[in-house]
Design a protein around this ligand. Structure first.
Ligand SMILES: Nc1ncnc2c1ncn2[C@@H]1O[C@H](COP(=O)(O)OP(=O)(O)OP(=O)(O)O)[C@@H](O)[C@H]1O
Ligand SMILES: [Mg+2]
Length: 247
């Protein structure tokens, strides 16, 4: 069974027509490189006329991919490390809530997903890391899709690095994703990826002026505040995050 969303590369107007024919609508048009936080992305709706040249002009001639829209129930990610000797350690499955295409909240462990599906998500991430002979921490973003009684995950994106949905590990896991990355690239034994005290964890990104509330956040019991020291607030800019461990 397919475990990634269908996609077609687009480098010309003809490719655009062929991709639309093959993938259908609704679909999502994305730049193939340098996209983040939903930048370089545009929805192609199911209905209405398509202004091909106007749409392509928006992207300024960048190489594109058209992806089929995945009607997902929720979004999850696997953050895991692989070492050169093939050893592998995954953190618990993360559930990610996006607002305006930007990650807003990560909750761990993910809810509303069976233990079998969570295990298969981690197995898929391991297969990807093995296939790439990958060394270090990586994140694999996935959609949870429900079809009648059955559920499965569909891979959306691979981030070959430490990832925002793994920031909770700083306090929430016995080894943080950053320490784990160093262990992996140095060929040291990987650390224990279990959650601290088996607690549930929530990580909230502070986006734009949300970071102005830092004083109030510090007053909340159990809140761990991280500010990134960016010079100015801008709408949609990730300024920091707060992690909360929930007994
Ligand atoms: N094929 C799709 N079907 C449905 N929703 C999608 C699809 N592709 C993207 N999205 C939505 O847009 C969000 C951002 O997409 P994606 O992760 O591909 O982009 P990004 O800009 O590279 O983000 P990131 O900041 O994670 O690097 C996804 O988390 C999802 O909510
Ligand atoms: Mg993404």
């Amino acid at each position: 069974r397919r475990c990634r969303s269908p996609g077609r590369a687009i480098d010309s107007g003809d490719d655009f027509d062929r991709a639309l024919e093959a993938i259908g609508r609704p679909s999502v048009l994305k730049t193939r490189r340098f996209g983040y936080d939903g930048k370089g992305q545009r929805m192609i709706r199911a209905e209405g006329a398509i202004e091909r040249s106007a749409i392509m002009a928006e992207f300024g001639g960048a190489p594109l991919i058209l992806e089929g829209f995945v009607p997902f129930e929720r979004e999850v990610s696997v953050v895991a490390a692989r070492s050169a000797d093939g050893s592998f350690a995954a953190f618990d499955l993360c559930e990610n809530e996006h607002r305006d295409h930007i990650l807003a909240v990560t909750r761990v462990p993910a809810t509303g997903i069976s233990p079998e599906t969570a295990a298969s998500a981690i197995a898929i991430a391991r297969r990807i890391a093995d296939a790439l002979d990958y060394v270090g921490v990586l994140a694999v973003e996935m959609f949870l899709v429900r079809e009648g009684e059955s559920e499965r995950v569909v891979v959306n994106e691979i981030a070959p690095r430490v990832h925002n949905s793994g920031h909770w590990t700083i306090e929430g896991a016995l080894t943080s994703q950053f320490a784990q990355h160093v262990r992996a690239v140095c060929g040291w034994p990987l650390g224990d990826a279990a959650r601290t005290g088996g607690m549930r964890v929530e990580m909230h990104n502070l986006i734009g002026d949300e970071a102005e509330g830092w004083r109030e956040i510090l007053a909340r019991p159990g809140a761990h505040l991280h500010l990134y020291g960016k010079g100015e607030f801008r709408p949609g800019r990730k300024m920091g995050h707060v992690t909360r461990l929930i007994p």
